[in-house]
Design a protein around this ligand. Structure first.
Ligand code: ASP
Length: 318
């Protein structure tokens, strides 16, 4: 067990989607849906987290996740602090836990943590005071739970079902935390046909991604897919010698309009971003009519609002 639940069964931390029960996932998605507004409309504003403080503690680069956690907390009325890790004491040798204890002394109620090392969010969660919640914003190649939820919300909005869907996750599966969280959430939601597609060198080890069919060619993994999820090559998690040649990769695995024609005519295309146009995806697809990539970004704020409201619900009730 991940230790993310309180004794009364409520969600205290969000470290992984692995053991989240389907009813809780569905409740989070429904709550998030209520925070979604059309572009151009005023974003939702609430004061349920007034008096709470959320700290963003990112030691790996992030654009969308950091900004959307900040906006999510602010749109619920919380105060937000963003720790600039290059400027923080961590570079002076202060351990992550000392930084966390400092934030705890400053009355931070929830810490949002991104780190390249496996186990950091769980270690912090095991050491903080009982009233503090830890939310993973991306842990090594292992998990990115709020990304998994925003991906599920995006699929739900466009397909209105999960059980009869065919979902193809394509690219650097071996090093992708996005893919692992997607696998957890889609499995929990009952997706019947989950496919992973990667060159042999980027395929996850045997034993991982249980229940997914494995394909080393797009031409075998893409046909009749309802959802096509593209992934970036995680250069930062590979040695230079392991890096595939970008042109050769695009020639075999790049999602072009011609290849997308193998999927269902109403298939949607997703990508967690940042995108490498001309490597894993053609611009004509990324910006094309089947792309829901910008919806994913919008849904990210809504999902993070739902998660913050869930773990800090006891605060608003107190
Ligand atoms: N932004 C996502 C992540 O943090 C995807 C990526 O970086 O490729 O994992």
């Amino acid at each position: 067990m991940s230790g993310q639940f309180r004794a009364d069964g409520s969600l205290r931390h969000l470290l992984t989607l692995e053991d989240l029960p389907r009813p809780l996932i569905e409740r989070l998605l429904e709550r998030a849906e209520r925070f979604v507004r059309p572009l151009g409309a005023r974003p939702p504003a609430s004061r349920v987290l007034e008096g709470c403080t959320v700290a963003n503690l990112f030691t790996e680069p992030s654009t969308r996740t950091r900004v959307s956690f900040e906006l999510a907390a602010k749109r619920l009325g919380a105060d937000v602090v963003n720790l600039e890790v290059q400027l923080s004491s961590r570079v002076k040798g202060e351990s992550m836990l000392d930084t966390v204890y400092t934030l705890q002394s400053l009355h931070v109620d929830a810490m949002v943590i991104r780190d390249a090392e496996i186990g950091v969010p769980a270690t912090v969660a095991a050491h903080v005071a009982d009233h503090v919640s830890i939310l993973s914003a991306g842990e090594a190649h292992v998990d990115h739970p709020t990304q998994g939820l925003l991906d599920a919300l995006t699929v739900r909005q466009h397909k209105s079902r999960f059980d009869t869907l065919s979902i193809a996750i394509i690219g650097d599966l071996r090093h992708s935390r996005v893919a692992r969280s997607a696998w957890h959430v889609f499995r929990a939601l009952g997706v019947s046909d989950l496919r992973i597609v990667a060159p042999p060198a980027l395929m996850p080890p045997a034993g991982e991604f249980e229940g997914c069919s494995r394909h080393t060619r797009l031409e075998s993994g893409l046909p009749q897919a309802d959802v096509v999820m593209m992934l970036r090559i995680q250069k930062e998690r590979m040695a230079q010698v392991e890096l595939p040649d970008a042109d050769r990769y695009y020639a075999s695995y790049g999602l072009t309009p011609e290849r997308l024609a193998l999927a269902r005519p109403d298939a949607i295309v997703m990508h967690p971003q940042p995108m490498n146009r001309g490597v894993e995806i053609a611009s004509a697809v990324a910006d094309g009519p089947r792309s829901v990539i910008r919806d994913q970004v919008r849904n990210g704020v809504a999902v993070r609002m739902a998660v913050l409201a869930e773990v800090l619900a006891w605060r608003s009730a107190a």
